[in-house]
Design a protein around this ligand. Structure first.
Ligand SMILES: *Cc1c(COP(=O)(O)O)cnc(C)c1O
Length: 383
């Protein structure tokens, strides 16, 4: 057995499909600029929606927390890892989401995997949107439950499935803002169906918290979503995941969620930064408004170029189709000083490779204008 050849062949397969991934080390200069190989690039691919990674108060809070409590937490949350900032952050998250309680996990990925697999088991049915995030899919698989994926946002199919499994314990789960498409889940309908058919409703607010207000429940003004999951790593400019829910669900997760129990807690700097960021979005809506203005502006520019899009979220999928062309477009844009990642399978379905353009509150109008003109030239050349 030559294992090295095995791995090499696997990588060559990826390369042939124009689907090889590799790491690049960008030096962040500010929330929207990175330096690479001596040249500055405009970052149009991050989820740092409010630019809070470089907010002076957030940076200071990370430094202060680290000075005060140390650089690492030294243990899992249930052993030595729960320092006072955790309690403060969890109370603030619960307030922000309008729930009794909240619980911080190490990442959004771990929150999904740990929550879904703790709640559902082989006696449960999970009804899940086909475009839900990979961490939801992995949580579903790990749970051992029966998994029913419905067509993207297809409320009729959801109802059909809920009817089919009437009487079973059902977890109905959706991304709230879909990560690769930027559209918003039909929460009014899902909420109604979950009540009519007694399903537990879970939403993943990773791209919604601090983007469409405080999250999808806030956006639709719905107050009885059972489980609101989120991340501290996107609009909140730190790292980590969380679940906001009733006191009983949170206590259940503390006792049953393996990704929560068996991993060392986040560091004081992470939690300090997240808490400062959360307080900023709770007391001051100007950053969210700026983000929404920029999203609308970018949408109007893209529509001028003949690229259909919505203006409600800062995520703009520019679907090109095949991997090779999508990669070429990303390279052309890079030559023009812009980073927009080529998103390929399995992140998106085969044949739907795309540039995923994101705007943030920290971009200027001039920068967005420049991106639009560079995109226009690039797409003309590629398509
Ligand atoms: C990014 C993302 C996650 C994972 O969050 P991390 O904190 O990055 O691990 C979960 N769900 C969705 C929808 C996401 O886009």
């Amino acid at each position: 057995m030559n294992y090295d050849i095995y791995f090499k062949t696997k990588l060559e397969e990826k390369h042939k499909e124009n689907n090889l991934r590799s790491l690049k080390s960008y030096t962040p200069i500010n929330a929207v600029t990175v330096r690479w190989d001596g040249k500055d690039y405009l970052m149009m691919a991050s989820n740092n929606y409010l630019g809070l990674t470089h907010h002076p108060q957030v940076q200071q809070a990370a430094v202060d927390a680290s000075k005060r409590y140390g650089t690492g937490s030294g243990g899992a949350r249930l052993t030595s890892g729960t320092f006072p900032l955790f309690t403060e952050l969890e109370q603030e998250l619960a307030r922000c989401k309008g729930t009794e309680s909240a619980l911080v996990f190490n990442t959004g990925y771990m929150a999904n995997v740990g929550t879904i697999s703790a709640i559902a088991n082989k006696e449960w049915v999970i009804v899940s949107d086909e475009l839900n995030h990979a961490s939801i899919i992995d949580g579903c698989r790990l749970s051992g439950a029966t998994i029913e994926r419905y067509k993207h946002k297809d409320v009729e199919e959801v109802e059909f499935l809920l009817q089919k499994y009437r009487g079973a314990r059902i977890l109905l789960i959706t991304d709230s803002v879909f990560s690769m498409d930027g559209d918003i889940a039909p929460l009014h309908d899902l909420q109604r169906l979950s009540r009519d058919y007694h399903a537990l409703l879970m939403v993943d607010d990773a791209h919604a918290t601090g983007v469409i207000g405080h999250g999808i429940a806030d956006y639709y003004d719905i107050h009885d979503v059972d489980i609101q999951l989120g991340t501290l790593s996107k609009a909140l400019g730190s790292v980590g995941g969380f679940v906001a829910a009733s006191r009983n669900i949170i206590q259940y997760l503390i006792n049953y969620s393996r990704s929560f129990i068996f991993s060392t807690a986040l560091s004081p700097a992470d939690i300090g930064a997240a808490l400062a960021a959360l307080r900023i979005i709770e007391t001051d809506r100007t950053l969210i408004s700026k983000l929404q203005d920029n999203s609308r502006y970018m949408a109007s520019k893209l529509i001028e170029l003949g690229i259909p899009c919505d203006d409600e979220t800062p995520i703009f999928p520019i679907v090109i189709g095949d991997n090779e062309k999508t990669l070429r477009a990303a390279m052309e844009l890079q030559d023009k000083g812009i980073i927009i990642t080529a998103i390929r399978p399995p992140t998106v379905p085969i044949g739907e490779s795309r540039l995923r353009l994101t705007v943030t509150a920290a971009h200027s109008r001039e920068q967005l204008d420049y991106v639009a003109s560079a995109l226009d030239e690039t797409l003309q050349a590629i398509l």
